[in-house]
Design a protein around this ligand. Structure first.
Ligand SMILES: Cc1cc2nc3c(=O)[nH]c(=O)nc-3n(C[C@H](O)[C@H](O)[C@H](O)COP(=O)(O)OP(=O)(O)OC[C@H]3O[C@@H](n4cnc5c(N)ncnc54)[C@H](O)[C@@H]3O)c2cc1C
Length: 499
């Protein structure tokens, strides 16, 4: 997957079957689905792949125990199927993980135990293992950081865990293997529209105007269908199509704090089943660190670099500390990050934690297809639904989707050991591969998404930045000024991850 070779396939005279706007989980999944069904596919992403919400998740592949409690069995069952397929198709970035729910009374144990039995039952043949009641002693053994005070034992159940941005890059590579063209740092600035027949009253979308930030070039992409997969930004594209349509997304912010593994040793995650705002909070081991989160805060500003709020940080620390023997403080936080959920507005629902996690597809009168909502876990199904709509609209000959059993590209970078020396991880050979095979354009792409150092340890990432910039400059034949600009802009972004 090479950016220069992608650009060389652009041809303003060509009409693509499918143009996808947005290179997060939804857009990349859609590119894989469309290309693997034989449709000529192009995707443009305004920034880097997964720069938005898709690199900022809790890293869980799950049916959503919370949605079970809300009675949304359909959503849970669908997500559990997706969980099973994703774990099989992307083993280099996704695996099964045991979760402990501590219980403080017999009734609590019974309640969660029954719920989790149903959760496992709904996964049918794709079960990851039956939930088990465990004693207080077993908890002490497998997860020694959990506070034993008043503890009456607990339950272990199984879900999936993954590296979100690595999966995104691997999906991009998979789409390219099937012939798709994907371009990052390339923004859709306007939609192309025309009347298909002179007698038509309504203009239909037939492509977009795109701006390539790397080469400072504008070009037209013509296509038979256009899919808007821009996450929390879908309203911008909907309003490019029709300036009078109302917003459909309510953005909700969730934050995570990353701490050293010593605060939560062991191979299991902790699931706190009821927070003060009646949600769930996790402590999840990830790349030899622990991710604590998340929150659900309705937010006004939609930006590509959301920042954790002080009350959110306090909320996560307070809840985690209630269940742990040690007291984690802000000084212990290695990195923090925030993401925005693209939740679909529902009449009468004002609390974002109660908004549905289902995805929706809207087909505008111009035939613009918009897909949003959903979860990382359900990206494959979302993609399938979006492409089915494209097939219907453009009357392409129908081909069955093949992604349930489609192996997703893997890479040696999926197994990076972040305890290795910075010089080893960011060797000239690796940086050449990030640039030439994974389309990294900036040092932030390398430090935040091709590798996850920014998310795991912001200070270590800041220390590594000059080495990465110098090595990348040598690969790209850039000068000292480029090196300094890269370091400065990375430092600016990294400030948001510093506790
Ligand atoms: C805090 C938090 C925790 C979560 N945890 C989980 C979890 O553990 N498991 C799970 O399954 N799900 C989780 N989710 C949900 C999941 O992360 C999202 O549903 C998913 O990442 C959304 O992907 P997306 O592609 O729709 O949006 P995004 O990832 O935001 O992608 C949209 C892309 O469109 C691009 N774009 C915008 N405008 C344009 C334009 N004009 N031209 C070109 N490109 C454009 C943006 O730059 C962006 O990269 C979580 C979400 C949050 C916020």
């Amino acid at each position: 997957m090479n950016r220069t070779s992608m650009l060389s396939q652009l041809d303003e005279n060509k009409t693509w079957d499918v143009l996808i706007i947005g290179g997060g989980a939804t857009g990349l999944g859609t590119a894989v689905d469309a290309a693997s069904r034989g449709l000529s596919t192009i995707l443009i992403e305004a920034e880097d792949f997964a720069k938005g919400t898709s690199s900022r998740s809790t890293k869980l592949i799950h049916g959503g125990v919370r949605y079970l409690e809300q009675g949304n069995l359909k959503l849970v069952r669908e997500a559990l199927k997706e969980r099973g397929w994703l774990l099989k198709n992307a083993p280099s970035v996704a695996h099964t993980l045991g979760f402990i729910i501590p219980s403080f009374s017999f009734m609590q144990k019974l309640y969660y135990g029954t719920g989790l039995k149903l959760y496992d039952f709904l996964s049918a043949k794709l079960s990851l293992g039956k939930p088990k009641f465990i004693s207080r002693k077993t908890i002490e053994k497998i997860s020694p950081a959990i506070d034993q005070k008043n503890l009456k034992g607990g339950i272990v159940y199984y879900d999936g865990q993954f590296d979100d941005a690595r999966l995104a890059i691997n999906l991009a590579n998979t789409a390219v293997q099937y012939g798709a063209v994907l371009i990052n740092y390339c923004e859709a600035t306007a939609l192309l529209k025309k009347k298909i027949k002179p007698t038509d009253k309504q203009e239909k979308v037939c492509g977009a105007i795109a701006y390539d930030y790397v080469n400072n070039k504008t070009f037209e992409i013509k296509s038979k269908t256009v899919i808007n997969a821009t996450g929390v930004f879908v309203d911008d594209i909907l309003q490019m199509d029709n300036k009078d349509v109302a917003d459909i997304v309510t953005p909700s912010q969730g934050i995570h704090l990353v701490v050293d593994k010593k605060f939560f040793p062991g191979d299991h995650a902790l699931m706190i089943p009821k927070t003060d705002d009646k949600r769930i909070l996790f402590a999840v081991p990830w790349h030899n660190k622990v991710v604590l989160g998340t929150t659900d805060t309705e937010i006004e500003d939609i930006t590509d670099e959301p920042v954790p709020l002080k009350e959110e940080i306090d909320f996560v620390l307070n809840h985690a500390n209630r269940y742990l023997k040690t007291n984690i403080t802000l000084n212990d936080v290695c990195s923090m990050f925030a993401g925005l959920r693209p939740l679909v507005k529902t009449n009468g629902v004002t609390n974002t934690s109660m908004l549905s996690r289902d995805h929706i597809i809207i087909v505008s009168t111009s035939d613009l297809i918009t897909i949003t909502g959903g979860k990382w876990t359900t990206y494959r199904k979302m993609a399938e639904d979006a492409v089915n709509n494209a097939i219907f609209i453009a009357k392409f000959s129908y081909k069955h989707p093949v992604t349930k059993n489609l192996a997703i590209h893997s890479s040696a970078f999926d197994a990076i050991n972040y305890d290795d020396a910075v010089e080893k991880i960011y060797s000239a050979g690796n940086i050449k591969k990030f640039v030439e095979e994974e389309m990294a354009v900036s040092i932030e792409d390398i430090l935040a998404r091709r590798t996850r150092l920014l998310f795991l340890d912001v200070r270590k990432a800041l220390q590594a930045a000059p080495t990465v910039a110098k090595t990348m400059a040598a690969v790209l034949q850039k000068n000292e000024e480029w090196i300094q600009t890269e370091i400065d802009s990375f430092t600016d972004v990294a400030k948001n991850y510093l506790p």
